[in-house]
Write a protein that binds this ligand. Sequence first.
Ligand SMILES: *Cc1c(COP(=O)(O)O)cnc(C)c1O
Length: 489
Amino acid sequence: MAHNPLAPEWLSPPADANTLIDGLWPASAHRANDGAITIGGVSAPDLAARFGTPLYVIDETDARSRAAELRAAFDAEFARIGTTVKVYYAAKAFLSTEVARWMVDAGLNIDVCSGGELAVALAAGVAPGRIGFHGNNKSLAEIDDATRLGVGTIIIDSPIEITRVAAAAARHGAVQNVRLRVNSGVHAHTHEFLATSHEDQKFGVVFEDAPALVAAIRAEPSLNFLGLHCHIGSQIFGVDGFAESASRLLSLQADLLATGPVPELNLGGGFGIAYTSVDDPTPVRQLAAGLADIVAAECASRGIPVPVIAIEPGRVIVGPAGVTLYEVGTTKPVQVGENTRLYVSIDGGMSDNARPALYGAEFSVRIADRVSAADAALVRVAGKHCESGDIVVDADYLPGDVAPGDLVMVPATGAYCWSLASNYNYLGRPAVVAVVDGEARVIVRGETIDDLLARDTGISRSAHGVSTSSTSGEGSTSTTSEDVKETTR
Ligand SMILES: *Cc1c(COP(=O)(O)O)cnc(C)c1O
């Protein structure tokens, strides 16, 4: 079919708008003989019937394998240059106790950045020593808990935190391992990176201030300085941005080694994934190899030992393993000049996927319960919220007969969708279901109307007569109509 001029330049009409594009979907996703998309051996219509929509679906095997493969790739490439790697899973991408356990099973540690994330990791049984604690404004209570519970490393983000963490550790008779987050001056997004001498941002300390701050850390008997930390951004393709940042950090490392030990270097996370047909992320093995080469070369040229390396990926592990399943409620062709855009409205939106509204992020979409031979049409998948920016997929092609009642799936929603979900317009946040070997199980249940009303102190227990939330299957513990009758009588 012809290119619709309303489509963005990068989006070409597909040969077949039913095809699941390579690299966007969980490893097990495919179309079964009946045309339905199947993930982890469970078909989209089955998932919708059992758990309702919208629904987050995670391919458990895929998430576990991505974690294990990433770790194996970095282990192998850094063994080649004579060192080891600690991999921390960035929990903010997606965190539940199940997922934390998958990561620990794969040999990863866990990064958290709030007392809430810490509580989930601990509830999952993660050993405190495997946890890293981030954040530019950790509360005194969070710092106290972290030092008392024996959290493995605290990433110091400002001069003020040095004395706060030192005092808390001293109170608990502990020696706390800490890293110092430094702005390397490199800021990266997808293909480009920007290198400045001074960054105007809230995270980390100014590069030039690091030697004095490390001296202050070393002077605290209750702190043990592990090394520097930097994180240059997210959804980054290629090695260049990481290489530039590592090179700058290693020059600082060489200076710091003149006055004391610096056993580790944390290069952060940010490895990109594919959201659309034109995204071409760097394979993890290639990233690991490129990073190992630059670290080896920089250390050799400065005559310093290769440190133990730490990395903190989130998105690249869980992003591609997750999809969101929706039901189409309305469709509406909108004429724009000579051309038509088909608006397809689904039963979720910016409350379950804030990334398009927040970052202008692109996503892709496919009909999930059937294939169609209809000509492809340019669609925009819109949510049901009272906000014109409530778009989940700005532009893609779907079979032109897409209609109310169809199920659609948006791939690559495993990271930064559920974790950024909100209750805007009082929609309940959807359930999360893990699929593996033909089995589906709820790992986080969906919110019900009762959940939404529970915190409002102005409502008497029996005043609402509203039926359940849209997530009415096993994914939620919904109020039955019997309950409603009972309470509204
Ligand atoms: C968000 C974040 C990460 C993970 O980023 P991804 O893009 O998900 O890999 C790692 N480190 C820090 C400090 C972060 O804030």
